[in-house]
Ligand binder design. Structure first.
Ligand code: URA
Length: 235
């Protein structure tokens, strides 16, 4: 199998992140540093080392869903010493997060050691929907929502279109639902910044058919087989 697939199947990171790790010269195969992304390895025979640690394919895949709280970074080690989502996970096997949420965003996050699964969820060609509840200060007008739906322009680039639905206004803040099927960095925050609105609370409540449901903040639980398989439908 290709080296990046092997690395992500070992739970190192998503396949695309593994490509960056290879390009950075952190991987050796049988004692030789490999920076070529096309390399194919024999997972049974080759000795594959990343940052001095030998990797082996896991005997079993793990799939978790988490309700990420605000104030946690989606990284295995934060250079600023902040708390990370892995402080909240107890697992005997090495896991990585499937996509990411900003430090100040809360809600549904998936964790796994299955690189193929992560690819199904995150690769833009699969158009996996992500749904957010967004709370902003003040009242949002229908014309604001129409602009968001069409795709606002940020730094000269048009953001992808989004499904945007007004949920409620409590006299101080407006809550809207936003559904996107691409995952550009800080996409939802940038959309609202572009219409001059600061997000007070951003919470992801759904990825594909998997919903956050009643999972408590900071808690994780195994995904059901039905939830895992829901990403494979139509393949
Ligand atoms: N969009 C954002 O701006 N931030 C997130 O955390 C997720 C989506």
């Amino acid at each position: 199998m290709r080296l990046n697939k092997f690395l992500s199947s070992c739970g190192l990171a998503s396949r695309r992140k593994c490509e960056d790790i290879i390009k950075a010269g952190r991987v050796s195969v049988n004692g030789q540093v490999i920076e070529n992304l096309g390399v194919v390895v024999n997972e049974k025979k080759d000795k594959i080392i990343v940052d001095g640690v030998e990797l082996k394919l896991p005997s079993q895949f793990v799939y978790l869903k988490m309700n990420k709280p605000k104030g946690y970074a989606c990284t295995s080690s934060d250079e600023r010493g902040r708390k990370t989502i892995f402080d909240l996970v107890e697992s005997d096997v090495r896991l990585f997060n499937v996509g990411r949420l900003d430090y100040d965003t809360e809600g549904l996050l998936l964790l796994t050691n299955d690189g193929d699964f992560a690819n199904l969820v995150t690769h833009p060609k699969f158009h996996c929907e992500k749904e957010y509840n967004v709370t902003v200060e003040g009242e949002l007008k229908e014309s604001d929502l129409a602009v968001l739906r069409k795709g606002v322009v940020v730094d000269g680039t048009r953001m992808p279109t989004a499904k945007v639905k007004w949920l409620n206004f409590d006299g101080k803040c407006t809550k809207v639902s936003v559904v996107i099927d691409e995952g550009q960095n800080h996409q939802v925050r940038k959309m609202f910044e572009a219409i001059g609105k600061d997000i007070k609370l951003l919470k992801r409540i759904r990825i594909g058919k998997v919903v956050l449901g009643g999972l408590y903040r900071g808690k994780t639980k195994p995904m059901t087989q039905e939830e895992i398989d829901s990403f494979k439908v139509g393949l």
